[in-house]
Design a protein around this ligand. Structure first.
Ligand code: SAH
Length: 247
């Protein structure tokens, strides 16, 4: 990561990346590279698709409105997303955009909206969440865009959790205690899940179910009630260096 070229523009593409095989850019991407960034023929862009690593590609404009990219050389090999399933009660619009972008930047591997008793949003726009995940991945230099799952009920999400996956449960009702010690006790390399609840908090029966699950680590994020988007960033910042992929 140290030798990483932060100045080059990074673009996520769905297509396979192979040396010399041209990639067609859609109108919006072509317009952005040609008319916003003002790149021209032969300029370099970094491309990744989540499967084939990162490639340096050269721009081949075709007029002012369309362009292609030709991958020249692979500059980084493909890496895997962190094994961190991020479960959260979806928020409305702008705050949901923020929540998804920040979760990707902070190391979530899979984005999983869950509907709880007190969740306000009942439908979530998966395409919009995916677009936010791609944008964050382009921006923060990672090579695998976290998968965005369809929304599911909390109970179903808990039923689907593998028994060995450690669930970090952020609970504003937990006694304020050192979350770093609790997370460090998990140890490195374990499959992880993080759960952050809705603005209205968890219902008593949800909390009961969560606390009955083995391999659940309930943490407090301090003596103040945080908004869900803040709680997510705070929790991910604590998980990274204690039990996550910073280790
Ligand atoms: N029940 C609260 C607000 C919930 S805040 C109320 O209505 O007063 C939204 C979510 O953020 C919570 O479900 C929890 O997962 C997380 N959260 C907020 N503050 C927290 C804290 N101090 N410790 C742990 N988790 C917290």
């Amino acid at each position: 990561m140290a030798a990483y070229d932060f100045k080059a523009h990074r673009l996520f593409m769905e297509a396979d990346l192979r040396p010399g095989e041209p990639l067609a850019l859609d109108r919006a991407a072509a317009n952005y590279l040609l008319n916003v960034l003002r790149l021209g023929a032969g300029d370099s862009v970094l491309v990744f698709n989540g499967r084939d690593g990162e490639w340096r590609a050269t721009l081949e404009p075709d007029g002012r409105k369309s362009a292609g990219l030709r991958p020249a050389e692979q500059v980084r090999a493909q890496t895997r997303a962190p094994d961190l399933l991020y479960l959260f009660a979806p928020l409305k619009h702008a705050r949901l955009d923020y929540l998804v972008q920040k979760a990707v930047e902070m190391g979530a591997g899979t984005i999983a909206p869950v509907l709880t008793r007190r969740t306000v949003a009942s439908r979530v726009n998966g395409d919009r969440m995916r677009a936010n995940a791609v944008e964050a991945a382009e921006q923060c230099g990672i090579l695998s865009v976290p998968a965005v799952l369809a929304e599911q009920r909390l109970e179903a999400a808990l039923d689907a959790l593998e028994p060995e996956r450690v669930l970090v449960f952020c609970d504003e009702d937990a006694a304020v205690a050192d979350p770093v010690a609790a997370l460090a006790a998990i140890g490195p390399g374990r499959p992880l899940a993080l759960l952050v609840g809705p603005e209205g908090g968890f219902a008593p029966e949800e909390r009961e179910r969560l606390l009955a699950r083995p391999e659940t680590v309930r943490i407090s994020l301090g003596p103040r009630i945080l908004r869900a988007d803040t709680a997510s960033v705070a929790a991910l910042a604590l998980i990274g260096p204690t039990a996550g992929d910073w280790l």
